[in-house]
Design a protein around this ligand. Structure first.
Ligand code: GAR
Length: 198
C-alpha cells in the first residue's frame, strides 16, 4: 500500500478535499494508495476534528515543545515514517502546514514532498499572498501545487489554477475563490503523481 501522510496547521480543507477525492476515486482499489495519517503541529487545528470523524489517524506534534527547528523536524520525520511499515511513506503532502522546513527534512523526502501555495508561483512566495496580489493590482490570482525544495515556495510546478480578481475583492473574498480551486487541483495533482510513480 502506498501510504500518504498529510501535514496541516489549521482548517484542513485541502486535506479534506484530498481524503474525499481518495474515497470517491477509489485510490485504495485502483492505485493501492491511502491517506494513512494527518499530523498537525497545532493541537487546535480544526482539520484534526474532520479527519478523526472520517476515520483517519491523527497526531499532534507541538513544535513549541522542541528547542530548535532541527529538533522538531527530526521528531516529525520519525513520526511520519512510523506511519509506513517500510518506514517510507510514498508521499508527504503539505496542506496548509505553516512551518518552514529544514534542508534535512526536505532531503529526507526528496521527490516525495509536495505543497500547495496560494499564489501563481513564482509570484508571491511567503505570506499574505492575496493582499499582496491586490496591492499590486493583479487581474488574476491563483494557487500552485509544487514539489518542495529547500528554498521556500520553490520547486517544480505540478499544477496551477487561475481565478480572476474581481472589483471590490478583499484578501478574504479572493482567498475563498482561490481555495475552491485548490480543492480541485491538489487531489488531481496527487493522483497524477500516484499514477505516474512519485
Ligand atoms: C491554503 O490556502 C493553502 O494554500 C495555504 O494555506 C491554506 C490552508 O487552508 N498554504 C500556505 O499558505 C502555505 N504557505 P486549509 O487548511 O483549509 O487547507
Amino acid at each position: 500500500m502506498k501510504n500518504i501522510v498529510i501535514l496541516i496547521s489549521g482548517g484542513g480543507s485541502n486535506m479534506a478535499a484530498i481524503v474525499r477525492h481518495a474515497q470517491a476515486a477509489h485510490w485504495k482499489q485502483r492505485l493501492g494508495a491511502q491517506v494513512a495519517a494527518v499530523i498537525s503541529n497545532k493541537a487546535d487545528a480544526q482539520g484534526l476534528v474532520w479527519a478523526r470523524e472520517h476515520g483517519i489517524a491523527t497526531v499532534v506534534l507541538d513544535h513549541t515543545a522542541y528547542p530548535s527547528r532541527e529538533a522538531f523536524d527530526a521528531a516529525l520525520m520519525a513520526l511520519i515514517d512510523s506511519h509506513d511499515p517500510q518506514g517510507q511513506p510514498a508521499l508527504v503532502v503539505l496542506a496548509g502546514f505553516m512551518r518552514i522546513l529544514t534542508p534535512d527534512f526536505v532531503a529526507h523526502y526528496d521527490g516525495r514532498l509536495v505543497n500547495i501555495h496560494p499564489s501563481l508561483l513564482p509570484a508571491f512566495t511567503g505570506l499574505h499572498t492575496h493582499q499582496r496580489a491586490l496591492d499590486e493590482g493583479c487581474r488574476f490570482a491563483g494557487a500552485t501545487v509544487h514539489r518542495v525544495t529547500a528554498e521556500l515556495d520553490h520547486g517544480q510546478i505540478l499544477d496551477q489554477a487561475v481565478v480572476p480578481v474581481l472589483p471590490g475583492d478583499t484578501a478574504q473574498t479572493l482567498a475563498a475563490r482561490v481555495l475552491t480551486q485548490e480543492h480541485l487541483i491538489y487531489p488531481r495533482a496527487i493522483e497524477r503523481l500516484l499514477v505516474g510513480g512519485v
